[in-house]
Each structure stands twice: as structure tokens, then as C-alpha cells.
Design a binder for this molecule. Structure first.
Ligand SMILES: Cc1cc2nc3c(=O)[nH]c(=O)nc-3n(C[C@H](O)[C@H](O)[C@H](O)COP(=O)(O)O)c2cc1C
Length: 379
């Protein structure tokens, strides 16, 4: 993702990053033993605090030429039971972890989650400028407000303000950060939520780092359309995707933004060699997400996260042999306009990522994916 623009110039508003009808792929980084609340799944996965595994996973992502990885983040465990078997806790910090992953890769896009509610925008501007320098333009920011009171209390909040107010604050944060990244000017900002006066020292990003948001609310979608390059969506089924894209396009048009953000959908991935093998394993893993405390707390989180409480454990999935998974992806593209997937790997390891190789070979042969090298590894 090397950049060509000279350093120390005024930042452009937004880089054009249309996928041009081809698909992009990332993984939801497993910075914790399991991303799903199941002891059975956790027992199949490696220790997330093994740095060697984390680095090998990044090398595997680079080897199969994934476009990007998302490092999610949160600050508090959601349940004692989850902590006992490694669900979300311990979990690595999305900024700290990004640095070593950047160092062992050359082309992979690496997106860190940073809570605009818990950091002053100047912190984010400085972190971002340094990550941009370290990665030569491969770092991006997943803009989240935080939505869990038991986490916000660590930062002194009794309860979090409502989500729309938090997006108003994030809107101010983005304006400050973009201004601080402009090497040519001094920032003078007095808003409702933040104040910032002065000039931040360099390095400055040559182009604005990629901004991503995973909003589900109307206000959040408007924010995403106004400021972000990509949106991560978590629908229960792929048929929900077209209205999400329409909604985003509507907000972009209202804000007079020519290009609406590209959408990557969160979906589970499991590939095995023999027909039927992956589905059998996947069904048994999903059935292990039981009515335990960890799962109950998580279902509340997902309901809040999606603005939809009825089917918290239902996610789209791509499961089968490599050929079957490639076929499912091509079908989803043709049926629902799916252009991007953020894979969640219930069972994770570098070997699981390497199973994507033949899938991507097929997609490239069929013309629905371009190897990132063909666009000079740009975003
Ligand atoms: C793929 C995805 C990743 C997310 N990552 C995080 C995260 O790492 N930390 C966090 O606090 N919230 C995360 N969220 C929650 C969103 O930032 C957002 O708050 C939520 O989807 C609800 O949308 P709303 O803010 O528009 O109500 C994520 C959501 C999705 C769908």
C-alpha cells in the first residue's frame, strides 16, 4: 500500500477507493482466544498472547493476499465465565498489536479500533500519524464510540451518552484530527465536545489514513457516509445487504459525497477438504454457543450493536470446500451485490487463513477479485 504523494502537504478530502465491481476481503482479527462465546470453540484455538502465533497469522494473511485485517477492541470483560475460557478476555490492544503486525508485513492493510469517546482527538491524530509513518500508509482507523456502560465506567462515565450524541462528538473529533494532520495549518477548534488549539508536530500522513465505521444506527450511517471509506456491516443474512447499501448511498447523496463507502460484511468462514466436512464441524461449533452467562451477555451486545435483538446468533457464513466457498461468494455477489467480506474465523490459526489461497485463485480466475498487486496494493 505504498503511497506516492509527497509528505508534508495539505491533506486531500478523500481518496477514491471504489472496488470497481471486484471483491475485497479481510479478517476480523482474533486478538483473543475466541470471538464466539463457546468453551468448545475456545479449546480449539491457540493462546492469543503467543506473539509468534500473532506474527505468523499476519504473515499468512499477507501470503494469501488478503486486503486488510480489522483489529477490534474493548476494555472490559463482559462476563466472568467468558474470561474463564478466553472469550474476549484477555484481548490485545488494537493499537499496540498493530505495530508488530505492520513490521512483519509489507502490503496488508491494518485497521485499529480506537474509541473516540475514550481518547482525545489529538491522541488519535498523533497515534494515527505515527502508525501511518510506520506502515507507509497501510494503517486505518475503525471509528467506534463504545456502547458498553461497564466499559465506559473505566473512563469515569456513569452511563454513556446516547449514540447520536456520541456520533456528534466523533464528527468533531474527525474534524480536529484531519486539521491536525494538515502540516500547513494551525488548528483552532472550539466545539461542543472538544477543544483544540495549536499545531501538532509531525510526522504527518501524506494522505488521510483510511477511516472505517461499523455503524448500525441512522446517525451512525450518516456519519459513516460523511467521513468513512469503508463500512463494516453485520446483518443476520446477506439479503439484508441491499437496503444497507441503499441507506448509505442516500446519506452520501444528502451530504453531496460522490462516492458512498464500500461495505464489507461480517461472515463466518470454515474451509475443509472433504465435501460435508466443514458444514458438519461448523454446525457442531455453532451449537456449542449455549445458554451460558457469556453467551447471554454477548447476545445483548450483538442486539445493541445491530439494532436488532431477535436473532443475535445468526450471521452469514461461507462454509465448505475451497471450491464451494468460492461458489458461495460468487453467488452472494451476484444475488446481493456483496463486494466485500470481513471473515470471522471461529477456529483460527495461520493454517486456517492459508486455506483461503485456492478460494482466491478461483475468484481471480472468475474475474470477481483482483490480486491487490494489480492495484499496487493501494487501499
Ligand atoms: C464488524 C464490527 C466491528 C466492531 N468493532 C467494535 C470494536 O472493536 N469496539 C467497539 O467498541 N465497538 C465495535 N463495534 C460496534 C460499532 O462501533 C457500533 O457501535 C455498533 O455497530 C452499533 O452501531 P451504532 O453505533 O450506529 O448504534 C463493531 C461493530 C461491527 C459490526
Amino acid at each position: 500500500m505504498l503511497k506516492t504523494a509527497a509528505r508534508g502537504v495539505s491533506l486531500g478530502r478523500r481518496k477514491p477507493k471504489a472496488f470497481g465491481g471486484t471483491m475485497r476481503f479481510g479478517i476480523f482479527w482474533p486478538g483473543t482466544r475466541t470471538l464466539l462465546p463457546s468453551e468448545k470453540i475456545a479449546a480449539l484455538n491457540p493462546d492469543p498472547l503467543d506473539l509468534g502465533i500473532q506474527l505468523d497469522l499476519a504473515r499468512a494473511c499477507e501470503h494469501v493476499a488478503l486486503d486488510l485485517v480489522l483489529l477490534g477492541d474493548g476494555y472490559a470483560p463482559s462476563s466472568e465465565e467468558g474470561t474463564r475460557f478466553g472469550f474476549q478476555d484477555p484481548g490485545l490492544h488494537a493499537l499496540t498489536l498493530a505495530a508488530p503486525l505492520i513490521m512483519v508485513t509489507e502490503h496488508l492493510g491494518i485497521i485499529s479500533t480506537l474509541h473516540s469517546t475514550f481518547f482525545h482527538p489529538t491522541h488519535i491524530a498523533r497515534f494515527g500519524a505515527n502508525m501511518d509513518w510506520l506502515s507507509d500508509g497501510r494503517w486505518g482507523w475503525n471509528i467506534v464510540n463504545g456502547y458498553r456502560d461497564y466499559e465506559a465506567s473505566l473512563f469515569g462515565f456513569e452511563t454513556l451518552p446516547d449514540s447520536a450524541t456520541l456520533y456528534d462528538a466523533s464528527d468533531e473529533a474527525v474534524r480536529i484530527i484531519e486539521s491536525l494532520w494538515d502540516s500547513l495549518k494551525r488548528t483552532e477548534f472550539s466545539g461542543t465536545h472538544y477543544k483544540c488549539h495549536g499545531k501538532m508536530k509531525g510526522p504527518y500522513p501524506a494522505e488521510r489514513p483510511v477511516f472505517v465505521c461499523a455503524a448500525a444506527s441512522e446517525r451512525g450511517r450518516r456519519f459513516t457516509a460523511e467521513h468513512c471509506d469503508y463500512m463494516f456491516a453485520s446483518p443476520t443474512q446477506l439479503s439484508d445487504l441491499p437496503p444497507i447499501k441503499e441507506d448509505l448511498a442516500h446519506h452520501a447523496a444528502e451530504a453531496k459525497i460522490a462516492q458512498s463507502p464500500e461495505v464489507l460484511v461480517v461472515a463466518d468462514l470454515l474451509i475443509r477438504d472433504e465435501p460435508g466436512e466443514a458444514k458438519e464441524m461448523f454446525d457442531s461449533l455453532m451449537a456449542s454457543i449455549g445458554a451460558n452467562e457469556a453467551a447471554q451477555k454477548w447476545s445483548g451486545q450483538i442486539g445493541r450493536l445491530r439494532n436488532e435483538k431477535k436473532t443475535p446468533f445468526k450471521f452469514p457464513y461461507f462454509v465448505g470446500t475451497a471450491t464451494e466457498v468460492a461458489e458461495q461468494l460468487i453467488e452472494a455477489k451476484s444475488n446481493w451485490g456483496l463486494n466485500g467480506v470481513l471473515f470471522r474465523l471461529p477456529v483460527w490459526s495461520p493454517q486456517e487463513v492459508l486455506r483461503l489461497h485456492p478460494v482466491f485463485d478461483i475468484l481471480e480466475r472468475e474475474g470477481v477479485r483482483l490480486h491487490p498487486q494489480t492495484r499496487d496494493y493501494s487501499w
